[in-house]
Design a protein around this ligand. Structure first.
Ligand code: KG4
Ligand code: ZN
Length: 356
């Protein structure tokens, strides 16, 4: 008989309502209900629509996760819920659900930082040993974290404006490609010539691991408008070349800053990535090369666990529980919640809510 606690995880900080049941590193169920079609007409996540959808779906999501795992609520040992950072309406919907279940059953409640969920995922999927370097790179996050323990994170740098996924999405919008833009830009870039439009590589000339992506979008806009003014529109080749130039600039920035982050953390056992942008083939290849050059393992968890999910929240909750930490019913929902409170706050705040 396993003595590891059975943990129910709940996640609702952005545009995915998710619930999962986990025992130790075994994922018994992992339900994610996306909201893409609700936000599609608006070209981005609308916080009010997201909050309402979370409130409507979260109970059903929990029910499906319990059913999928073949367990009843009474068998659950702890309820782990994302308590921030994120869009406050959504976070509140999940926290209220967790509190309701905890109040009704007496099952302990554990508040989890969403970013800790992402940052601990390489331990859930690969059992990666501490300390390791983590790059969170998605539509809402972009930061390097040195992870020394389940609650010991040092932010080594991050974006000062847009997150890279956000920049991929804006690029797609500027070029008339569908949302979410990342995969479409990647596909178009495969046919493009990255050298035709020289785009800037902001902050590469400055020391440290901070990054900036919003200038890329402006440069791309200028290149696009220049061509439209000159010949009345864009050809498929123009589009492919712009996508290739953009992807190559993002890849170069992430690769060089990763190299510096690894250089500043010579004792790490591995370099892990999480977030939707980690699905990008060019980015992945460049980061693999950087890790290999320093002789550290490169870990990219399966995509379903790289993007927002509740299994990572259950896992991070289990770690807190192991340390004897639980929360009361006055657990606050926090729109901002930096993992590393010693580092100065980042300036940027992404489309999908506040970054830490
Ligand atoms: O981690 P994620 O699913 O959600 C959060 O942002 O939390 O990441 C979604 C982001 C979107 O901006 C999407 O365009 C980007 O990840 N993305 C990609 C690719 N697949 C998804 N960006 C570049 N290349 C891709 N293949
Ligand atoms: Zn996330």
């Amino acid at each position: 008989m396993s003595s590891a606690p059975l943990v129910l995880g709940i996640e609702s900080s952005c545009d995915d309502t998710a619930a999962a049941v986990l025992r130790d590193r075994e994922i018994l169920s992992n339900v994610v209900m996306g909201q893409a079609e609700l936000h599609a007409a608006y070209g981005g996540v609308v916080p009010e629509i997201a909050a309402r959808a979370h409130a409507e779906k979260v109970d059903l999501c929990v029910e499906q996760a319990l059913e999928g795992a073949g367990v009843s609520l009474g068998e659950i040992d702890a309820i782990a819920v994302t308590a921030g950072p994120g869009l406050i309406g959504g976070v509140l919907a999940g926290v209220m659900c967790g509190k309701g279940l905890s109040a009704a059953t007496g099952i302990p409640l554990v508040g989890v930082n969403h970013l800790a969920g992402h940052a601990l995922t390489p331990r859930l999927t690969e059992g990666l040993e501490f300390p390791y370097l983590m790059l969170l790179v998605s539509g809402g996050h972009c930061q390097f974290l040195r992870v020394d323990g389940p609650e010991s994170f040092t932010r080594m740098g991050g974006t000062i404006d847009d997150a890279p996924g956000e920049a991929f999405d804006k690029t797609a919008r500027l070029l008339g490609l569908p949302q979410p833009g990342g995969p479409h830009v990647e596909r178009a870039a495969e046919r493009g010539n990255a050298g035709r439009f020289p785009l800037p590589r902001p902050l590469l000339d400055r020391p440290g691991c901070d990054m900036s992506f919003s200038g890329l979008k402006t440069a791309l806009l200028r290149a696009r408008d220049g061509m439209v003014a000159a010949k009345g529109g864009l050809t498929e080749t123009d589009r492919a070349d712009l996508c290739a130039a953009f992807q190559s600039a993002v890849t170069a920035i992430l690769a060089e800053k990763s190299r510096r982050a690894l250089e500043a953390a010579p004792d790490v056992t591995g370099f892990a990535v999480a977030g939707g942008v980690a699905a990008n083939g060019a980015v992945r290849a460049a980061l693999t090369g950087i890790a290999e050059a320093r002789n550290v393992a490169f870990v990219a968890p399966p995509l379903a666990l790289c993007t927002d999910n509740a299994a990572m929240i259950a896992y991070a909750g289990a770690e807190r529980l192991k340390a004897g930490k639980t929360d009361d019913l006055d657990l606050p929902a926090r729109p901002r919640w930096p993992l590393d409170t010693r580092s100065p706050a980042l300036l940027g705040s992404g489309r999908k809510g506040a970054k830490a």
